[in-house]
Design a protein around this ligand. Structure first.
Ligand code: NAP
Length: 321
């Protein structure tokens, strides 16, 4: 089978398409025939060699995919060859025609969702759900600011929060991104490229302030976020690219909680909850992942450049074969 291989850490061009041996499942494992691959920013951090997780070389990148179960190992309980599934984590990497997973990493993909949409679930939707419900303990009726609502995690968060009855304010840096966030159901959309965009928040919240902020770029926004939050407000740091200076008094004044998260830290029982909820959302069509761009697997280097560029629009998907 063909797979993207990384033989050395470095820029996107270190990813090359190669022929490698077919995969075979061990006990409790599943091989999925991949139809669509989700490209995430974390794939680029790992490839560059600067992330905390450094796989042994050579390796195949990727955590997210969707496809059809091809082979199952002994002791696999619920999955059968031919099942449509999405993959949230993989033992062998997902930028390939086949991927090897633990059974717990493979989830049924409802008929309502395409393979490309299934490939958007693993990191982005699980992160948005985990941040909103398990970290921030958000509640229907609260004001949520999705600070970076146009990308993979942001579009997921808009849909999840809206479906649960939160008042959703989203931000995006382009007119297309803002139009998308509005179409997804955000009550208000702001331009994070406009120097005065946060001045609108008191009026939009009737001077209440924001209850929950999901933050995609904390090194730029965290200090400002603390001034936007209501009493007992929570900000979840999802994305961050550098250090930032904050005034801790801003957090003290209104009992604000700054909550970090890394999806890799989620426990097995938490992931079961997350994926049960996401599956229900796909079935009842409250969750409809936005696919901005589909590219052939050989274009993985261009996909890595694109996912780190400004002007996000939902998910970037690679298609094998
Ligand atoms: P993405 O699809 O590339 O989207 C990036 C988002 O950040 C876009 O909405 C972009 O908006 C927005 N952004 C750019 N400049 C911003 C600013 N100044 N203020 C607020 N938002 C801004 O990436 P993603 O998959 O959604 O991931 C978002 C971030 O979360 C990444 O840093 C990723 O590494 C991180 N992440 C962390 C976890 C975790 O476990 N902690 C899990 C998943 C993702 P425009 O392009 O419209 O400007």
């Amino acid at each position: 089978m063909r797979a993207i291989r990384v033989n050395e850490f470095g820029d996107p061009q270190v990813m090359v398409l190669e022929d490698i041996a077919d995969l075979h499942p061990g006990p409790g494992q599943v091989v999925v025939r991949v139809k669509a691959i989700g490209v995430n920013p974390v794939d680029t951090y790992i490839r560059s060699g600067t992330f905390g997780i450094k796989p042994p070389l050579p390796y195949t990148p990727g955590l997210d995919a969707a496809g059809v179960v091809e082979k199952i190992g002994e002791e696999v309980g619920h999955l059968r060859p031919g099942n449509r599934v999405y993959v949230a984590g993989s033992l062998s990497g997902t930028y390939a025609e086949q991927t090897l997973c633990e059974e717990s990493q493979v989830h049924p993909l409802p008929e309502e969702a395409s393979f490309a949409q299934g490939a958007a679930m693993g990191v982005p939707y699980a992160t948005a759900y985990f941040a909103l419900w398990l970290r921030a303990r958000a509640r229907p009726g609260e004001f949520v600011l999705i600070h970076g609502a146009s990308g993979g995690v942001g579009t997921a968060a808009v849909q999840i929060a809206k479906a649960a009855g939160m008042h959703v304010i989203g931000t995006a840096g382009t007119a297309e991104g803002r139009k998308l966030v509005k179409e997804l159901g955000a009550h208000e959309v702001l331009d994070h490229g406009d120097p005065d965009y946060l001045g609108e928040i008191p009026r939009l919240t009737c001077d209440h302030g924001i209850d929950v902020i999901l933050e995609m770029l904390a090194n730029v926004n965290l200090a400002k976020d603390l001034d936007l939050l209501a009493m007992r407000g929570r900000v979840v740091v999802i994305g961050n690219h550098d250090t930032i200076e904050i005034d801790p008094r801003a957090a003290m004044r209104r009992n604000i909680a700054i909550l970090g998260m890394l999806l890799f830290n989620a426990q097995a029982d938490e992931l079961r909850e997350v994926h049960a909820a996401l599956r229900a959302g796909l079935e009842n069509r409250t969750l409809v992942p936005v696919i901005g761009r589909e590219m052939p697997i050989a274009d993985a280097p261009q996909a890595h450049d694109a996912v780190m560029a400004q002007g996000a629009y939902g998910k970037i998907i690679l298609v094998p074969g």
